[in-house]
Design a binder for this molecule. Structure first.
Ligand SMILES: Cc1cc2nc3c(=O)[nH]c(=O)nc-3n(C[C@H](O)[C@H](O)[C@H](O)COP(=O)(O)OP(=O)(O)OC[C@H]3O[C@@H](n4cnc5c(N)ncnc54)[C@H](O)[C@@H]3O)c2cc1C
Length: 408
């Protein structure tokens, strides 16, 4: 069959794409800006574990090794698993490490209008058999030694596996002179900078400091927990949040309960998805009492297990809303014990700004907070990363107006 397929990224998606492209007889060429495989799992805080159970996060043709007994493997085990997968299927020779893709562009042969070519999206039956143009992938060396070596690679198809939880940080907007630069007596970083530190460096960074973590999702909970382990109640870490989310206790098997209730074919019928017909729309309405009841059950269980009421941490929205937007996190082990012993302080605020020694809050009733370090666990701009990889404004517009980020 033949044909060169450019794959951008060697995280789990890029590895899978590479394996299947090879299997179908194409020639994959994977571009990875980092020196190894693994994507987001190459840089995580020390205590980060998989949130999905290992059965749910498993290659169908490459099981986890018997040595991994844990239901929720840690980040080192996840990395080892990915590396063995790449070795086992002979993917490494196809990956160009330390090679960052600057942009991709579609070059059309003379006389052919790219816009009229319906195959480029890969949605038609013969889309992989009859390419009419070429994609040009411009790369640069990601190591400082060879930074001058820009290259252009021509391929028939491109598979983007660039991930959405890395690269471009989402930094909240602040009024002039009230942003991170205003904190002259402290330091502001994004969670990706903290995750990029090695364990020793990360501990030294927060040791003995007054740390404020902004956010209430997985990274925020993990990082607040790590700061609390390092500093204890003597130097409590403040977790500053605007919106609450449901989280699941770490000390029971959340997957078993969630999988039984939510991760099955039947539960899909309880959610309307764009493009579905009238029958399925009506079915969603008919099943809405059941969806409500399941959500209520899970909420009651979480409230029974975790002291959410005591700390005013019960979200106003349903658990099912967090499930469908993938906003559920597993609370790190002993997280609520650390809230109880005072090594994690919880603070709610609608908005905040920086001043020389800390944070001021929109709500005047809340006293300013002096702080040495602020870690913004405020997410990523995966949409910008995806858009900006295309050179042509035509494709950038397609991405801007697309369904990404799916059903969120
Ligand atoms: C802390 C954390 C915990 C998570 N836990 C879970 C979980 O429990 N369950 C779950 O299902 N998901 C989880 N996720 C989501 C996670 O993103 C996925 O599990 C998965 O690893 C994503 O893989 P990916 O290959 O799509 O993207 P990534 O892992 O982000 O890989 C993208 C790769 O593309 C490379 N790249 C990007 N741009 C370029 C470029 N221009 N040129 C060259 N290379 C480029 C990057 O260097 C990276 O290696 C978690 C994410 C994080 C951050």
């Amino acid at each position: 069959m033949g044909g060169r397929v450019g794959i951008i990224g060697a995280g789990i998606s890029g590895l899978l794409a590479c394996k299947y492209v090879l299997e179908k007889g194409f020639e994959p060429i994977v571009f990875e800006s980092q020196p190894g495989v693994g994507g987001v799992w190459t840089h995580t805080p020390e205590t980060t574990k998989l949130q999905s159970s290992k059965q749910a996060y498993e290659f169908s043709d490459f099981p986890w090794p018997c040595s991994v007994k844990e239901e929720y493997p840690d980040h080192n085990q996840v990395m080892e698993y990915f590396e063995s997968y790449a070795l086992h299927f002979g993917l490494l020779p196809h990956i160009k490490f330390n090679t960052k893709v600057i942009n991709i562009d579609y070059s059309v042969k003379q006389g052919q209008d790219m816009l009229s070519w319906s195959h480029w999206g890969g949605t038609t039956d013969n889309c992989f058999s009859n390419p009419k143009g070429k994609w040009e992938i411009t790369t640069t060396s990601a190591t400082t030694v060879h930074h001058h070596l820009d290259q252009v690679h021509e391929v028939e198809f491109v598979i983007l596996c660039i991930g959405r939880f890395s690269g471009v940080p989402n930094i909240p907007e602040f009024a002039p002179n009230k942003g991170p630069d205003a904190l002259v007596n402290g330091k502001v970083i994004h969670s990706m900078d903290y995750a990029a530190m090695d364990d020793y460096e990360a501990t030294r960074f927060v040791k003995g400091k007054r740390v404020t973590i902004v956010g209430y999702q997985k990274s925020a909970l993990d990082m607040a927990n790590e700061c609390a382990i390092t500093n204890g109640a003597e130097n409590p870490c403040t977790l500053l949040y605007r919106n609450l989310h449901w989280n699941i206790p770490a000390d029971y098997s959340p997957y078993t309960v969630l999988a039984a209730l939510y991760l099955n074919r039947f539960s899909e019928l309880m959610l309307y998805k764009p493009g579905e017909g009238l029958f399925l729309r009506h079915l969603v309405t008919l099943l809405s009492p059941l969806r409500w009841a399941i959500s209520k059950c899970v909420e009651s269980y979480i409230k029974f297990k975790l002291p959410l009421k005591k700390y005013n941490l019960i979200p106003e929205h349903r658990f099912s809303a967090d499930v469908t937007s993938c906003s559920i996190s597993i609370a790190p082990k002993s997280f609520y014990d650390r809230v109880e012993d005072g090594s994690i302080l919880l603070k709610k605020s609608k908005g905040f700004s920086f001043y020389a020694s800390g944070l001021a809050f929109e709500d005047d009733a809340i006293a300013p907070l002096e702080t040495d370090i602020v870690i913004l666990c405020t997410g990523y701009r995966g949409d910008s990363k995806l858009k900006n990889i295309f050179k042509s404004p035509t494709f950038q517009d397609y991405v801007s107006n697309s369904m990404v980020p799916l059903y969120r």
